[in-house]
Design a protein around this ligand. Sequence first.
Ligand code: ZN
Length: 312
Amino acid sequence: MIINLTKNIKVVRPEAKAVFPYSNSIYIDDDVKTVIDAGAGGRAYSDIQVEKVNLVLLSHNHFDHVNGVCFFKNAKIMAGKEEEDTYSDAHTYRKYLGITEWQNLMGDVNRKKLVRNIALPDDIPVNYGFNSVKLDGVFADGDKFDLGQIRVTAVHTPGHSEGHYAFFFEKEGILFSGDIDLAPCGPWYGASSSDVGELIESVKKLMAIKPKILVTSHRRVFDSRDHDIQKLFQQYLDIILKKEEKMLGYLSEPRTIDEISRQEFARSSAEKAPYASFWNKMMVAKHLQRLKRMGLVRELENNYYVKAEDRP
Ligand SMILES: [Zn+2]
């Protein structure tokens, strides 16, 4: 489904719900026909002339944003410079995502078997996991793309992943914020390259833009005439901060990542499937990293963590 934001700027919504393995795309119908992100699925892209698209900009390297790049056969593909190598090298991709931590956090649970069982819809053109993408170039924070009448700026917003970018159409006041997605369960920061502190700063960076219209990867369009976008961003931030506060309280006694991740406050979904459990543990580890850096938590022997004593 196509939603016209302006004459040239459109949202391509997945036919099914915009959740994994799908995500929203932006289509800019201009001299340089451009698509931002490639995870809306084949049926959604049948509404635009994919062979005429000249440029694809990727917000980051996650599967649900990249899986459809092969639909755009005549387009240049570009992504954030921080993640360049993850598109061509499977090991770098897995390391960056955190899959290399699986054994550490999940022990004997067989990941390969789980991946084989991930069934994808028939308009997702590749299998789940790493798929090599040949990039034609990279962009950096502040880079501007002149597409004809439309100009869009890449905004580096690390935290969800190291090379995560939002895209801002300044003249129109339209922001595409990617996976800073205002999900009711809060932000996701389970990758090795995720960072809670950077994510908080990135959300603040987007708030400072004060968009009139906000498009995220996984939700409906927010128009500031109907929604208090600043408040929605703030509530989204508060979910991280509340979770961290509760975690710190729970660490009055030494605990392991396993123990913390089983607590209600640390579970981003009620799902008990191994993958959900793995990402939960990764997110707990990310909070512990930040709390340690801030001097609020100490790591003990045998992978126990405890709140640091109050200093006089
Ligand atoms: Zn993502």
